[in-house]
Design a protein around this ligand. Structure first.
Ligand code: GLP
Length: 243
C-alpha cells in the first residue's frame, strides 16, 4: 500500500482529484467506484471545479456507488443517492444512465444485490474511492464480514449508526440496514484510493498499516492483499504513525 502524505483535508481532496482527472482524461470509458460519507465531499467539490474549468468531462464516465441505506427513498436528503446528486452528479455532464447505486427501496432486495453485482462484473471498476469507518468498515462491510462477500444486505453496527446519526434528526431515524458492495466486489477494483482525514481516524489508520493480521474483524485490513492501493492521508490522520 502506498501512502501519499497530504497536509490537510483540502490537499488530500486535491491530490485525489489529480489522480481521477488523469485517469479520466487518459481512458476511453472510465469506470469509477464512488463513496459517500463526509470524507470524499472535498474530492467531489474539486472534481466539479475542474469540470467547470473545462479540465475534464464526465460524458463517458460510468460510476458505481459502494452502498445505500435500505428503506429511505432517493428524494430523502439522507439517502446516498441524494448525496451523490447533490455533491456531484447535478453539477457535471455525466449521463445519469451511467450512474449506478444500489436501490434500497427495491421490492426484492436480494434480487437487487445480485443484479448490482452482475452490473459491476460486466463493467469492472478501474478505480474505487474508499473512506473508512472508525471500526475499519469499508462500504458498509462491518467487522465480521466474510472476505468473499459480494453485494449484500447488511445489518448496521450500532457504532456505525451512531457515527452516521449526525446527518439525521435522531438516532432512531438512521436505517438499520443497508445494501453494500461486498469485500470481494471492492477487491476486484483494479485500483483503490483510500482517503483518510482527521484525528478521529488516526487510530484506525495506524491499525490499517500495522503488521497485524489480515482479519474480517477489521475489514479494511483486506486491502493489504490488494495489488494497487493508494492511501491519501492528511497530517491529523497520520498522527499515530511514523513514515
Ligand atoms: C459510512 C459509509 C462509508 C464511509 C464511512 C466513513 O459508513 N458507508 O463508505 O467510508 O461512513 O464516513 P466518514 O467519511 O463520514 O467518516
Amino acid at each position: 500500500m502506498d501512502i501519499i502524505q497530504a497536509k490537510d483535508y483540502t490537499e488530500m481532496s486535491k491530490l485525489a482529484a489529480d489522480l481521477l482527472v488523469k485517469h479520466i482524461n487518459n481512458t476511453k470509458s472510465p469506470i469509477l467506484g464512488l463513496a459517500t460519507g463526509s470524507t470524499p465531499i472535498g474530492l467531489y467539490k474539486e472534481l466539479v471545479k475542474r469540470y467547470k474549468q473545462s479540465e475534464i468531462s464526465f460524458k463517458h464516465v460510468t460510476t458505481f456507488n459502494l452502498d445505500e441505506y435500505v428503506g429511505i427513498s432517493r428524494s430523502n436528503p439522507n439517502s446516498y443517492h441524494y448525496f451523490m446528486n447533490d455533491n456531484l452528479w447535478k453539477h457535471i455532464d455525466i449521463d445519469l444512465a451511467n450512474v449506478n447505486i444500489p436501490d434500497g427501496m427495491a421490492d426484492n432486495l436480494e434480487k437487487e444485490c445480485i443484479e448490482y453485482e452482475e452490473r459491476i462484473a460486466n463493467q469492472p471498476i478501474d478505480i474505487q474511492i474508499l473512506g473508512i469507518g472508525l471500526n475499519g468498515h469499508i462500504g458498509f462491510n462491518e467487522p465480521g464480514t466474510s472476505f468473499d462477500s459480494r453485494t449484500h444486505i447488511v445489518e448496521l453496527d450500532e457504532s456505525t449508526r451512531e457515527a452516521n446519526s449526525r446527518f439525521f434528526d435522531s438516532l432512531d431515524e438512521v436505517p438499520k440496514q443497508a445494501i453494500t458492495m461486498g469485500i470481494e466486489t471492492i477487491m476486484k477494483a483494479k485500483k483503490v484510493i483510500l482517503l483518510v482525514s482527521g484525528k478521529a481516524k488516526a487510530t484506525t489508520l495506524a491499525k490499517l498499516i500495522s503488521n497485524e493480521e489480515v482479519t474480517p474483524d477489521f475489514p479494511a485490513s483486506v486491502l493489504r492483499k490488494h495489488k494497487d492501493v493508494t492511501i491519501i492521508a492528511d497530517e491529523e490522520a497520520r498522527e499515530k504513525i511514523k513514515l
